[in-house]
Design a protein around this ligand. Structure first.
Ligand code: AMP
Length: 187
């Protein structure tokens, strides 16, 4: 089963993805984590993307798509992917469909965690203290939210036609959200 967890920054995508990884013995595909790893390892990619990331801007599609390719074609991970933070643009959604087609896979479920802006700001401020993420300052949070509304939210239309699209109230606590998702997945 391949699953997309979709939603604004701070909606709890990472938390739910990690939970599903354990529950379904699958793999989290967090482009944010992959990009942060490039920065922490001071790689060529890391050097290119650090300023964009710290400012809350998107990293170039070419770089993100390249990182993704390796995972999609990894035979150990086929049909065991939980996407969190990808796709974020229509072009990424199309790229994902192409890669999945080429590897005889598809997206089985899309979960949209819907949360209000105020709740998100509170959550991200808390996360900043817990995880010490450089991109979690108020200015960046607001920028990331605006970018989400303008560029990422329209990606929902791309998935609405999908029978297995579900909207979940992301303002609930993480246990309730997980329970709701499991009910839908019947796991
Ligand atoms: P996240 O951990 O998903 O909140 O992502 C943190 C940051 O990484 C984002 O604000 C972007 O700068 C970058 N990023 C993560 N995923 C993507 C993506 N799919 N496309 C472009 N940039 C991304």
């Amino acid at each position: 089963m391949n699953i997309i967890i979709f939603g604004p920054p701070g909606a709890g995508k990472g938390t739910q993805a990690k939970h599903l990884v354990k529950k379904l013995d699958s793999f989290q595909v967090s482009t944010g984590d992959m990009l942060r790893e490039e920065i922490n390892n001071d790689t060529e990619i890391g050097k290119k993307i650090v300023s964009n990331m710290n400012e809350g801007k998107f990293v170039d599609d070419v770089i993100v798509n390249k990182l993704l390719e390796k995972i999609i074609f990894d035979p150990n991970k086929v049909n065991r992917l939980i996407f969190d933070g990808y796709p974020r643009t229509i072009s990424q959604a199309k790229n994902l469909d192409n890669l999945l087609d080429q590897s005889n896979q598809k997206i089985n479920f899309v979960f949209f965690l819907n949360v209000e802006k105020e709740t998100i700001i509170k959550r991200i401020k808390k996360r900043k203290i817990l995880e010490k993420r450089l991109d979690d300052n108020t200015d960046t949070i607001l920028k990331r939210y605006d970018t989400y509304m303008k560029i990422t939210k329209p990606v929902l239309d791309y998935y609405l036609k999908n029978q297995n699209f579900y909207e979940v109230d992301g303002s609930m606590n993480k246990e309730k959200i997980a329970q709701k998702i499991e009910e839908i997945l019947k796991v």
